[in-house]
Design a protein around this ligand. Structure first.
Ligand code: FAD
Length: 290
């Protein structure tokens, strides 16, 4: 099928894009890498009157370290994140997650902002950004606001971005020294959307115990979920086979995934428990040097 007709705008600056978005917010869509939006247009599941193509807005494509934090411009390609040595050294969870996203061709076009804004519950980046307590910087012609990850992903394919708004930047805080991270998932074929996944960050104390933990789940519900009780249980503990299995059981205790033809709810819950256990053991083995 072909998309229904739309006006096509090609701004070169963020302010220009915001002005175009403000003209008719409800009927305007932003085009980033197009890897999710173009199929939706082709199937006429999205029928905007106007498309604002951000690919000419160079000022939205950057990776910057600022006071220890990582600032990612919304139009940064997923492949740029994947190849960044800063990301590999300082925010390894992002690299561990991004290499599981689709295939290289898709990561070359797909953007970090597009993946976040699309809010697919089976997408890896939203889960990694949730584990990292990222902040999402949103602008419109009226002003700007910052939304923490826990309030950003609202429903499947729905984020906190309102009509007329643009996600401009994602910010992740510095990771503590001696942190270990892991992103583990299961997909039926490499590059497919995963049936389940787990992102783990463990901050190690000098004595080897855990000072702080973050566990975010993929495929456990309509949005990325933090396993808060399991995180709390890890503080002051050490991770070994037995404790990883116990904490993984706690992480999925209250989780009720939706079953479908690819796996029942019970299968998915068991899968998540196994993935959390694996991610905990991996993250425990790779404390990052200070
Ligand atoms: P687009 O498709 O251009 O936009 C997606 C949505 O976000 C649109 O509604 C658009 O209006 C909105 N949007 C984009 N940027 C902004 C912004 N800055 N501000 C406000 N709204 C914005 N993803 C995974 O995570 N894991 C996978 O395994 C995976 N497999 C895939 C397999 C295939 C075959 C394909 C085609 C895609 C797959 N994807 C997967 C999706 C891919 O990662 C997309 O790149 C991503 O979901 C959307 O990014 P995009 O830049 O292409 O956004």
């Amino acid at each position: 099928m072909k998309p229904s007709a739309f006006e096509y705008e090609t701004p070169e600056r963020t302010d220009e894009a915001l002005e175009l978005l403000a003209r008719d917010p409800e009927e305007t869509k932003v085009l980033a890498g197009g890897q999710s939006l173009v199929p939706l247009l082709n199937f006429r599941l999205a029928r905007p009157d106007r498309l604002v193509d951000l690919n000419g807005v160079g000022e939205l494509a950057y990776l910057r370290r600022d006071d220890g934090a990582l600032r990612i411009g919304a139009m940064t390609r997923q492949a740029t994140l994947e190849r960044s040595s800063i990301v590999e050294e300082r925010w390894p969870l992002l690299k561990q997650a991004i290499r599981l996203v689709a295939h290289p061709q898709i990561r070359n076009r797909g953007t970090v902002g597009g993946s976040a804004a699309h809010a697919d519950p089976a997408a890896e980046l939203p889960v990694a950004l949730t584990a990292l307590d990222a902040t999402f910087h949103i602008r419109s012609a009226r002003g700007s606001r910052a939304v923490p990850a826990r309030d950003f992903f609202l429903q499947p394919l729905m984020s906190a971005i309102e009509p007329g708004e643009l996600l401009v930047e994602i910010e992740t805080l510095p990771m503590a020294a001696n942190s270990g991270t892991a992103f583990v998932e299961y997909a039926r074929r490499h590059g497919d959307f995963a049936l389940g996944g787990a992102a783990v960050v463990l901050e190690h104390e000098d004595d080897g115990s855990i000072g702080r933990a973050a566990i975010a789940l993929l495929g456990a519900g309509p949005t990325p979920l933090r396993a808060s009780a399991a995180e709390a249980a890890l503080v002051g503990a050490t991770v070994d086979e037995a404790s990883a299995a116990e904490v993984a059981a706690l992480a999925v205790e209250d989780v009720r995934p939706t079953g479908d033809i690819h796996g029942s709810a019970e299968y998915r819950q068991g899968l998540l428990r196994s993935l959390v256990r694996q991610a905990l053991l991996q993250a425990a083995q790779v404390p990052r040097a200070a």
